[in-house]
Design a protein. Sequence first.
Length: 69
Amino acid sequence: MFSERLKILRYEKGLTQEEIANEINTSRQTYANWEVGRAEPSIDMLLNLANYFEVSIDYICCNTDVKDK
């Protein structure tokens, strides 16, 4: 599930929701909503997340377990 994968990626980097939100130019509340499954990011934000975490969009969306881009 996308929200769980996103949370795991954040934990692996040891960052807060606020820190990641600032890095990808969104609010902490918006990012938090993605992590709890209340909302989903736009395609542009999904690409920003994949680039930030250095993984593929397929990995973030749980279409694969391979992190490589």
